[in-house]
Ligand binder design. Structure first.
Ligand SMILES: Cc1cc2nc3c(=O)[nH]c(=O)nc-3n(C[C@H](O)[C@H](O)[C@H](O)COP(=O)(O)OP(=O)(O)OC[C@H]3O[C@@H](n4cnc5c(N)ncnc54)[C@H](O)[C@@H]3O)c2cc1C
Length: 533
């Protein structure tokens, strides 16, 4: 298939998929059986958060487990904010998902007798985490997926999608820049956003360099509804070395006996939560953050973890590469931006509120995770969401060519990415409060001309990435300002309680409006409409 170039700046295809992580590749493998599929991906195929996944994929398919228990654990971790029906639907997809991974010959770890070695992670009541290569699960899952990408799938690497092509209210494809920085338009019957998360908005993050929220920002600009953007999950144990984040230490380490301690060796999670070190991530991150704020150093003690380097080779190698001696059994850690529970609002089939555009994986907000994602549930969501999308994507034959008028984007005096990251860390980080959120809002407001102006095609990729990150920073900051309570990963010191009245409501972004709307979600618990202060 011909790619996009100066001579050929337009491509038509049946389905264009933005992103080649787990969600994008599985969708492509399924959909390409009957349709013409084009994948555009920002760097090389497969690069993204999926490849970095460590702990594994949660699947309650063993004889002594049940979907019911997995659903209950997911809802308990989600602080009542989950869409229970969708969570149930996606968790019950574990059987077809795992069967597909077995067909793709994914080398999940087994014991000497050939039985799968299932791990237990924070807030899971059972051992149900399938892993591969110890803590290199994402690498092995993606390796097998990439092997199955055949020639009938057109893959455009180093193609950065910029904006959805909208013909009135319908999405008819995507425009972006190819490897040679040429502007290309891809017209498609369906456009699937599988562009992952937004951890790069923060200076300490587990996320891949590609996780700059491009898909969320382009959906916002196209008027597609987003929600729950205030729910950014911070993972409690990012390795921290020489003042910088140095990679993730999987929750599975705590599942195998690792405990968080201060310099004096005191276990910081004792008496803080019944599950102690395996409490939900938001609880553990908050505890670590409080100790750091009090000037203490926090370590993950691995002294009680048997065969640490054998079970967790990725963490051990990474620590070594950053000059940390793992044999001492104390890894310096701090919380880091890890997972966006919010995103482009979809149902379980990946449908958004606009025709022709779908979203799956971390870019989407299905409501499965509620206010706080349970460990190892996002690979399941990405894979299950991709399978369901492929089963239900309506067949749209007609591709309309539409030449929209471009306005010029005003770059003006845009800031450096580092300034954005540092401000997000300081003013809209692990723990939030009104004064700081207002500082962040004002700082972003001074760049409104850049964030909200149209006509991105003039921008180089670096500036387009910054524009996307600033757009998403606006959604996170203002979403967090509006939600006057603490719930799961959204922790406000000035509204420290969970407010029952908020449980049924989502903070949404739609029709390109720069202020949020609060929407009733019928599929959640009961409550009264909260007042916006
Ligand atoms: C270190 C780490 C460990 C994790 N461990 C686990 C775990 O053990 N279990 C678990 O369930 N979850 C884990 N997660 C979360 C999980 O990996 C992700 O949520 C999931 O893989 C997301 O998959 P995805 O396909 O949606 O996104 P990604 O895998 O991030 O893929 C996104 C794709 O979109 C592309 N893209 C982005 N922007 C553009 C653009 N503008 N144009 C074109 N392409 C674009 C990227 O290049 C990439 O190919 C972990 C995450 C990290 C970072």
């Amino acid at each position: 298939m011909r790619g996009c170039s100066m001579e050929n700046p337009r491509i038509t295809t049946d389905i264009v998929i933005i992103g080649s992580g787990m969600a994008g590749l599985i969708a492509a493998l399924q959909l390409s059986q009957t349709r013409k599929v084009t994948i555009v991906t920002k760097t090389s195929i497969g690069a993204g958060n999926s490849e970095k996944a460590q702990g594994g994929i949660a699947a309650a398919i063993s004889a002594n487990d049940s979907f019911y228990d997995h659903i209950q654990d997911t809802l308990a971790a989600g602080y009542g904010h989950n869409n229970e029906r969708v969570a149930k639907k996606l968790i019950e997809q574990a059987a077809p998902v795992m069967s597909a991974f077995f067909d793709w010959n994914t080398p999940f770890d087994r014991d000497d007798k050939g039985v799968f070695q299932l791990a237990k992670e924070g807030a899971h009541s059972r051992r149900r985490i399938f892993h591969a290569g110890g803590d290199a699960t994402g690498f092995y899952m993606m390796k097998q997926l990439k092997k199955h990408v055949a020639e009938n799938i057109q893959v455009l690497e180093h193609f950065m999608a910029y904006d959805l092509l909208m013909a009135k209210d319908r999405c008819i494809g995507v425009m972006g820049k190819n490897k040679e920085n040429q502007l290309c338009k891809i017209y498609a019957g369906a456009t699937v956003i599988a562009s992952g998360g937004c951890g790069q908005l923060y200076p300490v993050t587990s996320n891949a360099e590609e996780a700059t929220s491009d898909g969320m920002a382009m959906a916002f600009r196209a008027g597609v509804r987003l929600k729950d953007m205030e729910f950014m999950q911070f993972h409690p144990t990012m390795l921290f070395s020489n003042g910088r984040g140095a990679g993730l230490v999987s929750e599975a380490v705590r599942g195998e006996g690792g405990i968080l301690v201060d310099e004096a060796g005191n276990a910081i999670m004792k008496n803080r939560h019944p599950l102690e070190d395996l409490a939900p991530r938001s609880v553990v991150s908050n505890a670590v953050f409080e100790h750091l704020q009090a000037g203490k150093e926090i370590y993950l003690s691995t002294q009680k973890v048997s065969e640490f380097t054998k079970k967790f080779p990725t963490v051990a190698d990474n620590a070594l590469a950053h000059g940390i001696d793992v044999t001492k059994g104390f890894l310096p850690v701090r919380p880091g931006a890890h997972f966006m529970m919010g995103g482009i609002e979809t149902n379980e089939w990946g449908r958004t509120n606009k025709n022709g555009v779908y979203a799956i994986g971390e870019a989407a907000c299905t409501g499965m995770h509620g206010a706080n994602r349970l460990a190892s549930n996002s690979l399941l969501e990405a894979a299950a969401g991709a399978l369901l999308l492929a089963q239900h994507l309506p067949w749209q034959e007609q591709v309309t060519l539409w030449e929209e008028q471009e306005e010029a984007c005003d770059i003006g005096n845009s800031p450096e990415i580092q300034a954005l990251q540092e401000n997000m860390d300081q003013w809209a980080g692990v723990v939030k409060e009104e004064t700081n959120l207002l500082k962040m809002r004002e700082w972003l407001k001074s760049y409104n001309h850049f964030i909200f102006s149209k006509g991105s095609s003039v921008l180089i990729k670096k500036d387009m990435t910054l524009k996307n990150m600033m757009t998403t920073a606006w959604l996170i900051t203002n979403g967090a300002l509006v939600r006057t309570e603490s719930r799961g990963a959204h922790i406000r010191t000035d509204y420290s309680d969970e407010e029952p009245e908020w449980v049924r409501y989502a903070v949404c972004w739609e029709n390109e409006k720069t202020e949020p709307v609060i929407r009733l979600n019928q599929e959640r618990g009961s409550g009264h409409e909260p007042a916006i202060s």
